[in-house]
Design a protein around this ligand. Structure first.
Ligand code: LLP
Length: 431
């Protein structure tokens, strides 16, 4: 890391830079944001989100396409608003996510509805809203969607999520395109499923889709999956069933430490060339990026509460915990950790950065060399995706506040929860 006085962007996060020892997000000192809004605090750069989306949009320019932000990565209304205003659609997986898109001003005709376990009431709400497409994951779901659509007197637009059986080369919990995963219709079963879909009067076949995993850092698995999809498109159309769009899902990785995933425009360029080469250049392309649109746009700022020197391990105890950011505990994920303000007086020592939750699994970073003192603020990097979205209230910890930096302005986009918010829906039993 750069010494005080330098100005340097951090890996993968051009909107985050250290100037005169201060870590800044779009020019706003994180330590100052923490002073104003308290900790733990999620802070996002609106410019970084827009720039990430623009890279996809540039690569798709001139082609029929729809980018559907996989909002599970970060579903704050202001984040959704930012993408909706930039013309982006959304990939949703629940009626709750549908309600959020609607509250944020997103357009239903730009929504695809994914997910392996959609309920009838969720299908009904999505049909009433007029979503663009249901990504159906099983023959059972085809039949249920057909029934729900007919009960509503409409035809449900649908695409079949195919499990292409390719290895995305990522963490097993976030790999989704293998035969052993619960997702999608097996490649070998897909023709039969399309035949069934074509026979059901409540369905309107629109396309085909897949999603092979998350935090993917190679192009090859995408090309393999695309080839498998295009093989199917050709066989399905040979049956007389036209397919309008090809949705290749999301999954592009970001830089947490030393990963070097392809840039979004490079990946998209390669996918489009492959489609052209196989004579599918006219087809509409859908993408469902989540992490790559928001991950490197956000940090989680936390305060050092105690420093506990141990015989084996030194613990830097901070006020953010596994309930605020669960990726390290859940996936053994590495997230960068940087002091918000460099200090010359403290010596660097090796620390396990841990939270206050009563579990040994409650850690945010292990064996990190940091010069810290009690009261310092630390930034956990690349926390814009699957950070707040996966936060819980474990240990009755109110969830963090969120701010969005937009040029000179800082917007509070979510208030810090209060303990009473957490039990507001609970009831005492009458005596
Ligand atoms: N489309 C579908 C159908 C998905 O299931 C997902 C993510 C995406 C798109 C977006 O993938 P992305 O571009 O964000 O990789 N909580 C995990 C990641 C779980 C991803 C689940 N599905 C993590 O923190 O690493």
């Amino acid at each position: 890391m750069s010494a005080a006085g330098d100005s340097a962007a951090l890996p993968g996060a051009p909107h985050l830079a250290r100037r005169d020892g201060e870590l800044q997000l779009e020019g706003h000192a994180l330590a100052e944001l923490a002073r104003q809004h308290g900790t733990p605090l999620y802070a996002y750069s609106r410019g970084a989100m827009r720039a990430a989306l623009a890279a996809y949009q540039r690569a798709l320019m001139g082609r029929p396409h729809l980018i559907c932000y996989a909002m599970k990565a970060n579903s704050n209304l202001a984040v959704l608003q930012t993408f909706a205003e930039a013309g982006c659609g959304f990939d949703i997986v629940s009626a709750g996510e549908l309600a959020r898109v609607q509250a944020a001003g997103g357009r239903a005709e730009r929504i695809v509805f994914s997910g392996v376990g959609k309920r009838r009431d969720e299908m009904a709400l999505a049909l009433e809203a007029g979503v663009r497409c249901f990504n159906v994951e099983s023959q059972g779901e085809l039949r249920v969607l057909d029934e729900v659509a007919r009960a509503h007197g409409v035809r449900a637009p649908m695409s079949l999520r195919v499990n292409p059986d390719v290895d995305a080369g990522t963490h097993p919990y976030i790999s989704t395109g293998l035969k052993s995963n619960k997702f999608g219709v097996a490649h070998g079963e897909a023709l039969a499923a399309y035949r069934l879909a074509a026979s059901l009067p409540g369905l309107r076949i629109e396309g085909i889709d897949c999603h092979i995993g998350s935090q993917i850092t190679q192009i090859e698995p995408y090309l393999d999956a695309l080839d498998r999809l295009l093989d199917l498109v050709e066989s399905v159309e040979a049956l007389g069933i036209p397919l309008h769009h090809v949705d290749v899902g999301g999954g592009l990785g970001i830089t947490y430490t030393d990963e070097s995933p392809p840039a979004a425009d490079v990946l998209v360029g390669r996918l489009l060339s492959r489609m052209d080469a196989r004579g599918h250049g006219h087809r509409e392309v859908l993408l469902e990026p989540g992490r790559s649109l928001v991950g490197n746009a956000g940090v989680l700022v936390t305060e050092v509460l105690y420093l506990k020197l141990g015989e084996v391990t030194n613990f830097c105890i901070v006020d953010a915990a596994m309930n605020d950011l669960t990726r390290p505990a859940l996936y053994d994920a590495y997230m960068g950790i940087e002091p918000c303000r460099m200090r010359g007086d403290a010596v660097r020592q090796r620390w396990d950065v841990v939270g206050p939750v009563c579990e040994s699994g409650d850690w945010l970073g292990r064996q990190r060399d940091l010069a810290v003192a009690v009261g310092d603020k630390l930034a956990i990097l690349s926390a814009g995706a699957y950070g707040m979205a996966m936060a819980s209230n474990y240990n009755t910890r109110p969830r963090a506040a969120e701010v969005m930096v937009d040029g000179p302005v800082v917007h509070l986009i979510r208030e810090r929860e209060k303990p009473r918010d957490l039990y507001a829906g609970e009831r005492l039993i009458p005596h």
